[in-house]
Design a protein around this ligand. Structure first.
Ligand code: SF4
Length: 474
């Protein structure tokens, strides 16, 4: 896929070895963002933080982890979707205000952040980053918000868009998820201590057990005694308003690790079923099935099993391409494809090839791959895509280009096939894709396929923010 590589991954834990476990946790979430990495820790006093541009393995050393040895920790890996790719925007963000010191790590995109920022800038507030996440500090520090019970719940009700958030205070970790549950966030348990992560693959790496997902609209507070839950939008309010979850389908199509359980069910299994569905919806007369690594692999296996066409390895992917090659420019993206993927000639030479990929965004990267297959001798190329055509931009933390740059926004499938210089092209249907998920179809966001966004309307947000919970935050 040619979109910006993923968005962000978050992790939080209270444990005697919190710094080390957070390092391993964000290492496991590296596929969700490779621009910057950071860890913040605390032990009842000041927050310590280390963050920098680069991969987790490059940002941290034994020495930096040793300096962070404290029992409360949060971590973050980032790909910029809002705010530029710059060291200043690396997370966790740390700030101090009248109620104490606080660190925040965020996955998602707060779509009303520009309005909120404008509001505070008019009052003379100074912002230190260009990240949407920073508005949360300003809202929390607002005397009007400090005055209410559960100030965090209060301000979360005013945010629109996608947020899976982890906070660190002097003595606890707090996690929260937007009322639509757009991005994943789950709770794990290790040695009687609790942690949260974007995906369960982080739990697997540290030996934690999956407990459950953080519910949409829920706040989880973790300290050494365990965890407590409260809601800033209760399930009853959601039912009353007819609010359904809007989980991002692309988490299952592309972003998440195949080993992870996301939105409560396994990613590999979903992708495998999508491949089976594609074989039924778009059969092909071919000699081999290959995948575009890595996210196309599970679907290609499903396609192969359902069609009886042998699955072979057609591309080799270099795992050693670092962040230099995920720069958000077209020229570097093109170079990065060449660096990342090489064709195994004997697998495709003189063969009719089914290629399974997860999506086509701009089309230029896919064209490069198709040409590489042709150059390696592929006789026929039948491309199968395990998501419907992406026609609309995403406002919830996925770096799709503008509508104009999306190849499917103004082209038919046949026109795209011609552009890609291939013999046939088949996209999975929206119904077929949603049938592969273990939750009802109306529990997912499909806005980039349909243009229908699950954005909350203002009266709902206003209503939620007026609810006052009987809990104090800090
Ligand atoms: S618009 Fe698409 S990519 Fe964005 S959250 Fe919705 S389903 Fe996911």
């Amino acid at each position: 896929m040619a979109m910006g590589k993923d968005h962000c991954g978050v992790f939080g834990i209270v444990h005697p070895e919190a710094a080390e476990l957070t390092y391993l946790g964000i290492f496991a979430l590296q596929h969700r963002g490779q621009e910057s990495a950071g860890i913040a820790t605390s032990n009842g006093g000041r927050i310590m933080c280390h963050k920098a541009m680069g991969l987790v393995g490059n940002v941290f050393t034994d020495e930096t982890i040793n300096k962070l040895k404290n029992p409360n920790a949060i971590g973050h890996v980032r790909y910029s979707t809002t705010g530029s790719s710059a060291p200043i925007n690396a997370q966790p963000l740390v700030a101090e205000y009248s109620q104490g010191e606080l660190a925040i790590a965020h996955n998602g995109n707060i779509i009303n952040a520009p309005l909120i920022r404008h509001h505070y800038e008019q009052q003379g507030h100074i912002f230190h980053t260009t990240s949407d996440t920073e508005v949360i500090f300003h809202m929390l520090a607002d005397p009007e918000h400090i005055a209410v019970d559960d100030s965090l719940g209060h301000i979360l009700g005013d945010l629109q868009g996608a947020f899976s958030l982890v906070f660190l205070t002097a003595d606890k970790v707090i996690a929260a998820r937007d009322p639509f549950g757009l991005r994943p966030l789950c709770i794990g348990e290790i040695d009687g201590h609790y942690c949260v992560a974007s995906e369960t693959c982080a739990f697997d790496v540290i030996g934690a057990k999956y407990v459950r997902d953080v519910e949409p609209g829920e706040i989880i507070q973790i300290d050494e005694r365990g965890y407590k839950s409260r809601f800033f939008v209760t399930p009853e309010q959601r039912a009353e308003e007819g609010l359904k979850p809007a989980h991002c389908v692309f988490e299952h199509v592309y972003f998440a690790d195949p080993a992870s359980r996301v939105f409560g069910f396994n990613v590999h299994t979903t992708r495998y079923k999508m491949g089976q569905c594609l074989a039924k919806e778009h059969p092909a007369d071919a000699d081999v099935v290959i995948s575009v690594p890595d996210s196309g692999r599970c679907a290609a296996m499903g396609y192969s099993d359902a069609s009886g066409i042998k699955y072979v390895r057609g591309f080799v992917r270099s795992h050693y391409v670092g962040r230099t090659f995920i720069q958000p420019s077209q020229r570097l993206r093109d170079l990065s494809v060449k660096m990342k993927l090489n064709v195994i000639r004997p697998s495709v030479d003189a063969k009719r090839v089914v290629v399974v990929d997860d999506s086509i965004v701009r089309g230029t990267t896919t064209l490069g791959k198709m040409r590489a297959l042709r150059a390696a001798g592929a006789k026929e190329i039948h491309l199968r895509i395990s998501s419907p055509p992406v026609r609309w931009p995403c406002y919830f933390g996925v770096d799709f280009p503008t509508t104009k740059e999306l190849i499917a926004s103004e082209r038919s499938v046949e026109e795209i096939r011609q552009f890609l210089e291939i013999d046939s092209l088949g996209y999975i249907s929206a119904e077929g894709m949603l049938d592969c998920m273990d939750l009802p179809a109306d529990h997912f966001c499909k806005a980039c396929f349909t243009g229908q966004y699950p954005t909350p309307v203002d009266p709902q947000v206003g209503k939620f923010s007026q609810e006052r919970r009987q809990l104090n935050l800090f």
